[in-house]
Ligand binder design. Structure first.
Ligand SMILES: Cc1cc2nc3c(=O)[nH]c(=O)nc-3n(C[C@H](O)[C@H](O)[C@H](O)COP(=O)(O)O)c2cc1C
Length: 132
């Protein structure tokens, strides 16, 4: 059985780029995640991203390295990480994306303690308006 790992991290959009330059590639990002059996969620508030990824540990860290070298985002910071003991939180979302216009989702999630993340994140994510 593969060990499921999860990462919650934040970053800022590089002001030299528009969010659409990232969203225009979302089909490719999803295809990459599908291929590597990575699921998760990305929320943007106009300036900051909060990103949750889950999958096989080495695949997650391979992607993290690509993302750290991606000029479109800055200040990537891991907030919570750990083994997922049970099952995936977002088994059907290869990259669920939502715009959090008032930053409320981000504030709630960043204030969670790691032990509460796996319970609370899906509860709040279900209220998001996911974009195609
Ligand atoms: C905010 C943000 C989120 C991203 N999320 C993903 C993702 O979930 N999966 C993915 O494959 N690439 C994602 N990327 C793109 C990667 O950083 C990287 O550009 C992509 O994997 C292609 O890398 P390559 O062209 O070096 O192969 C994201 C980029 C940004 C800026």
């Amino acid at each position: 059985m593969t060990n499921l790992y999860s990462l919650l991290f934040t970053s800022k959009i590089n002001p030299d780029f528009e969010i659409n330059s990232i969203l225009n590639t979302i089909k490719e990002l999803r295809a990459h995640n599908n291929k590597n059996n990575i699921t998760g969620l990305m929320v943007f508030d106009g300036c900051n991203f909060i990103h949750f990824l889950e999958g096989e540990k080495n695949k997650i860290f391979e992607l993290l390295n690509l993302m750290k070298n991606d000029l479109k985002q800055l200040d990537l910071e891991i907030r919570i990480e750990g083994e997922l003991s049970n099952k995936r939180l977002f088994p059907t979302w290869s990259v669920g994306y939502s715009y959090d216009d008032d930053g409320e989702f981000m504030e709630i999630i960043l204030n969670l303690k790691s032990k509460n993340l796996f319970v609370e994140l899906p509860k709040h994510a279900i209220k998001l308006d996911l974009e195609p």
